[in-house]
Ligand binder design. Structure first.
Ligand code: HT7
Ligand code: ZN
Length: 869
């Protein structure tokens, strides 16, 4: 397979002004007729051929300007169609036959259960018809759908419904989307679906119908998403001045879906796990995820659809910006600090790992083999962090001026990441040349901190230096513009006033210092006492920090820092130091630490969700990222020891906290309740580890729970307690209760597969053979194999390599049927270089075995070959 390069970008020789599609859905196959109004690009030569992309299509006929084409007037390649003889303006009609029921890759048009649906991003439209399937070709779409009326009462596509009738047992509809769009935003849905409806009045008085379509059994799981949608629409008006632009906005829930959801214009398609919820079946975490994803897809209507990407190297233009927008929305709806902690956690565990591994790539990549492999944490989450740094640098008002200019200047266009930065520059009269390095350089910068306090001069000298490690294909990185939000804290726990030189490096409004060179020294004047440093507040830049701070200082920051994020960070650093000490056999939980934890648990003035974060140990994956060489089994044992010590020394406090937070109020997925439940269930998890009473309480909570949050938390606590008889009993009961609800069964699969107590290789094999498992359903694959390889690390990294073999076998099995999922599943195997030598060799051997397979998909080939370089 060949790589595609950003530097080779060229406009196409033709544009497609208008696209009219007719779908005839038949049992065995679907006939697709496409009428394309093609207009020659001014830059192209007269007589230029039209080169269209197509995949797995049966070409039935071609008509150019009313004349059927014959051999010689066109050529088909393996994944292309070349048509000759186009005029400056020509109409091309293409008829193809496709087989949605056989489409297991879930790209293009496919069947999921009894319904038809589409997934066209990034390059799925070419599996529907031959087309200029690239995001810079924007067209006005009209879609006709014809299907059996009894089986398909619901027929949907983008835009507004302009015709709908039943004729001789056939249901016929026409949808027209007045907004021009790239083909990746096209969508079609057909099925026997129920609908939940509401309305929204936009800021300028437009009345919009909101509809969520689901399979009949799920109609009681739509309320929350509908509510989240209305909140998102209002928030985007208030925060960005962005108004919705069609008369109808639809969401459809689909069981078989490769990712979370898709922002097709006016017709978002969702993985059912990311939209369906009721209190009995969905946890608080699931509710929050649904809120965030509904918002994310809705926000794409402007950041992605109205203004789209010129090419797929610009993917982060829409994804990074939209993740930033949904993160701010979630922060506004819930606790901003907890949201920031969750995001930093993902950056530090998943993104930093990607940035330090073989698939490391810049936020704007230079090349790819398969674009589906680039829907990564770097494009999404690091992309969002980069936008967040612009927000910190420009301030709230400056950022809004920039986004207003961006949307106004580029509405209806397909643009680049630099067009976005240019709008920010122009609106704020600032030069962001240095800042743009964030988009071109892969790797996580490391900032080293040195501070010297001079009591006589009442000065603090802070020297910050930065370096960025080499990544595949990139060395000798340049300094990046790093915003350092900071505070200096006095002995009374209060922030000191800041007077810094050079003054130009300090932004008073956001308390940000600008590190733009390889090394800089900042001098703080008028500092009357040795302060404690609180650096990178609010996770102000996605960097690693090298800074020795004593355990006393960290304990102080954990208690007193006015920045919630840094309170959490100080706690995590302390806990990491204990886990590292435990690995060397010298850990003990000091009484003063115990007392601080006890005080946090009893402090009713704090947000319970925040206390829950403060007392949560770093995950094994997080610890691995902070280790020079990764020994997963040692990490597991050390973490367990620390967890046990905390549980054992605070039994009374955990039990009291648990009792205090018990509530008789009816369950509601609202922030105050969710926050209380998060601490209550954390306390339960520790209590179970610390005493038999805790275990009894968990079993009792499981039995009496009227909501999935409490039921699941109790189940997980019992499973993790190691009390195997009780765990087996509850798991059996759970399956009995929920076997008819696929989404809940997936949670059941994942609790077991991801558990250190249960997730042994042989047990995973049993789960794969369970009637509830289905290789064709990505959610089930993720629930078992994803949970196993990413969470049950002590089993995945089994000393004889059986865990790696299991995953590699699964990748090979999925390579043919669903290459996107196969490639994603591979990620844990790409980390072999950082492992201890024995495991490293075993993992590498599995990658080599995959590499020898005959017919590797582009997706799998790219990840494996890059991992072995
Ligand atoms: N923009 C959407 C991306 C997406 C996708 C990409 C590749 C294969 C399948 C996919 N499904 C959805 C999702 C989003 O970021 O909003
Ligand atoms: Zn997105």
């Amino acid at each position: 397979p060949k790589a595609i390069y950003l530097k080779d970008y060229q406009q196409p020789d033709y544009w497609i002004e208008r696209t009219e599609l007719t779908f005839e859905l038949q049992d065995e196959y679907t006939l697709v007729t496409a009428q394309l109004d093609c207009v020659r690009n001014e830059q192209a030569q007269p007589g230029a051929a039209l080169l269209l992309a197509g995949q797995d299509l049966e070409l039935l006929s071609l008509v150019l300007d009313g004349q059927p084409l014959t051999a010689g007037q066109y050529e088909t390649g393996e994944e292309s169609l070349t048509v000759h003889g186009l005029q400056e303006r020509s109409q091309l009609e293409i008829q193809t036959r496709i087989y949605p029921a056989k489409n297991t890759a879930l790209e293009g048009l496919y069947r999921s259960g009894g319904m038809y649906c589409t997934q066209c991003e990034a390059e799925g439209f070419r599996r529907i018809t031959y087309y200029l399937d690239r995001p810079d070709v924007m067209s006005v779409f009209t879609t006709h759908i014809i299907a059996d009326a009894a089986q398909f009462p619901v027929l949907l596509s983008n835009g507004n419904l302009v015709a709908d009738c039943v004729d001789d047992g056939l249901h016929k509809v026409t949808w027209h989307d007045p907004h021009k769009k790239p083909a990746y935003l096209f969508a079609l849905v057909a099925g026997d679906l129920r609908v939940k409806e509401d309305r929204f009045t936009t800021m300028n008085g437009r009345d919009v119908a909101l509809k969520i379509f689901v399979e009949p059994q799920n109609i009681d799981k739509t309320d929350y998403a509908l509510d989240a949608l209305k909140r998102s629409m209002r928030w985007d008006e208030e925060t960005y001045g962005r108004e919705y632009d069609l008369d109808i906005f639809m969401i459809v829930a689909v069981d078989d879906f490769n990712m979370g959801a898709m922002e097709n214009k006016g017709l978002n398609i969702f993985n059912s796990s990311c939209v369906l919820a009721n209190p009995a079946t969905a946890t608080d975490a699931a509710y929050q995820r649904i809120e965030a994803i509904v918002a994310h897809e809705y926000f794409h209507n402007w950041s992605g659809n109205r203004v789209t990407c010129r090419d797929w190297f610009q993917l982060s233009l829409k994804e990074g910006f939209t993740v930033f927008r949904d993160a701010c929305f979630s922060a506004d709806m819930n606790s901003a600090t907890v949201k920031r902690i969750e995001d930093a956690n993902i950056m530090r565990t998943v993104q930093f790992a990607e940035d330090g591994g073989p698939m490391a790539h810049p936020v704007q990549p230079d090349s790819f083999i398969e674009i589906s492999n680039f829907y990564t944490v770097t494009i999404y989450e690091k992309g969002s962090e980069v936008v967040g740094m612009l927000h910190k640098i420009l301030g709230k008002d400056g950022f809004r001026k920039g986004s207003d200019l961006y949307f106004e200047r580029h509405d209806g266009q397909a643009v680049t990441i630099y067009d976005f930065v240019q709008a920010m520059e122009d609106a704020n009269h600032v030069d962001l040349t240095l800042f743009k390095r964030w988009y071109k350089q892969a790797g996580t910068p490391v900032v080293t901190v040195n501070s010297e306090y001079d009591a006589d001069a009442q000065q603090l000298r802070l020297t910050l230096s930065q370096r960025c490690p080499d990544t595949p294909g990139q060395s000798n990185k340049l300094a990046q513009w790093i915003p350092v939000q900071l505070g200096l804290i006095g002995a009374d726990g209060q922030d000191l006033a800041i007077d810094v030189e050079p003054a130009a490096a300090w932004t008073e409004s956001s308390q940000v210092l600008h590190l733009t060179e390889a090394e800089q020294t900042f001098v703080f004047n008028g500092i009357s006492e040795q302060p404690r440093l609180s650096l990178f507040r609010d996770f102000s830049a996605p960097v690693k920090v090298e800074f020795e701070q004593s355990a006393d200082d960290l304990l102080f920051l954990l208690q007193h820092d006015s920045d919630g994020f840094n309170r959490w960070d100080a706690g995590q650093r302390l806990m990491l130091s204990w886990i590292s000490a435990a690995q060397q056999g010298r850990f003990e939980l000091l009484p003063q630490v115990r007392d601080v934890f006890a005080r946090l648990l009893a402090d009713e003035s704090l947000d319970p969700a925040m206390v829950s974060c403060l007392l949560t140990l770093p995950s094994e994956a997080y610890i691995a990222e902070f280790s020079a060489q990764v020994d997963p089994l040692a990490i597991h044992a050390a973490r367990k020891q620390v967890q046990q010590a905390i549980a054992a020394s605070l039994v009374k406090e955990f039990s009291a906290c648990y009792q205090r937070l018990q509530s008789t109020a009816a369950y509601a997925p609202v922030p105050a309740q969710m926050s209380a439940r998060s601490l209550k269930n954390l306390a339960l998890a520790y209590w179970v580890k610390g005493s038999a009473d805790g275990l009894a309480q968990a079993v009792s909570q499981y039995r009496s729970a009227d909501n999935m949050t409490d039921q699941m938390a109790a189940l997980v606590a019992v499973v993790n307690s190691g009390a195997s008889a009780q765990a087996e009993q509850l798991l059996g009961d759970f399956y009995q209760q929920w076997s008819q609800d696929a989404l809940v069964v997936n949670q059941w699969l994942s609790v077991q597969a991801g558990s250190a107590e249960l997730g042994r290789v042989e047990f995973i094999q049993q789960l794969l053979a369970h009637p509830a498992f289905d290789w064709r359903n990505p959610n089930k694959v993720r629930s078992v194999l994803g949970a196993f390889a990413n969470q049950a690390l002590c089993h995945f990294h089994r000393e004889d390599g059986a865990g790696y073999r299991l995953l590699a076998d699964a990748v090979l099995r999925l390579n043919d049927s669903n290459p996107q999922i196969a490639a994603r599943l591979l990620t844990p195997l790409t980390k072999w270089r950082r492992l201890v030598p024995e495991l490293s060799e075993l993992m590498k051997a599995e990658l080599q075995r995959i590499m020898q397979h005959d017919a590797l998909s582009k997706d799998v080939y790219e990840v494996v070959s890059k991992s072995l370089i």
